[in-house]
Design a protein around this ligand. Structure first.
Ligand code: IMP
Ligand code: MG
Length: 186
């Protein structure tokens, strides 16, 4: 039978089943829109893009190829480890080799859920006195936001569901797809 009902396309990742929720064409359309906004806003500012690993690697690759202005790119990662204090987890930004003082920064994230990760990232980078910090996220779950953070560029808003694909993972798997898939409730 021909695959007519493309929206029903399923994806199995480990023990979970996902269904396609954002097809490749829609993702690419919204990535292009955001790229145009950034190109317009940051022309002449020689921005430094900081994509956050691992989740944003595909988004960053697609986005940056559509931003024709002079810029630099440096991937960063938020390392989480158990602190020796009773405060629990400590987060540290690693991989940031560039001096960001006086630079126009664009943080490139895969998804903003509670916003805690991004809030911490902004606070850490702000301490190094950049000229400006803009936040660009592929996805935002508005219903899940717990802290107020400036989201300057958002490709797509989604419901408070768990998704995989296009860089995003479930227990490390499912990143290598062109579409985005939503967990089917079980
Ligand atoms: P936040 O600190 O709650 O905003 O969480 C952000 C991080 O949680 C993202 O960078 C992702 O790594 C992860 N995350 C949140 N929601 C999802 C999802 O639906 N699928 C996969 N990863 C997610
Ligand atoms: Mg992430």
């Amino acid at each position: 039978m021909p695959k007519k009902r493309k929206n029903m396309e399923k994806l199995q990742v480990l023990d979970k089943t996902f269904a396609i929720s954002i097809p490749e064409a829609e993702i690419q359309k919204q990535v292009s829109r955001v790229a145009a906004e950034i190109t317009r806003d940051l022309a002449g500012k020689s921005p430094l893009f900081l994509p956050v690993l691992n989740g944003s690697f595909i988004f960053a690759a697609d986005l940056l190829r559509q931003i024709p202005i002079p810029c630099e790119v440096s991937f960063i990662k938020l390392a989480s480890y158990q602190g020796t204090q009773s405060t629990g987890h400590i987060h540290e930004v690693i991989g940031l080799n560039a001096d960001i003082t006086g630079r126009h920064i664009v943080i490139v994230e895969d998804i903003i859920d509670s916003g805690m990760t991004m809030a911490h990232m902004i606070e850490t980078l702000q301490a190094q006195n950049p000229a400006s910090i803009k936040v660009c996220s592929l996805l935002v779950k508005p219903e899940a936001l717990k802290v107020r953070i400036p989201i300057d560029y958002c490709a797509m808003e989604i419901p408070n569901d768990f998704i995989v694909g296009y860089g995003l993972d479930y227990n490390g798997f499912g990143r290598n797809t062109k579409n985005i898939y939503t967990l089917i409730k079980d």
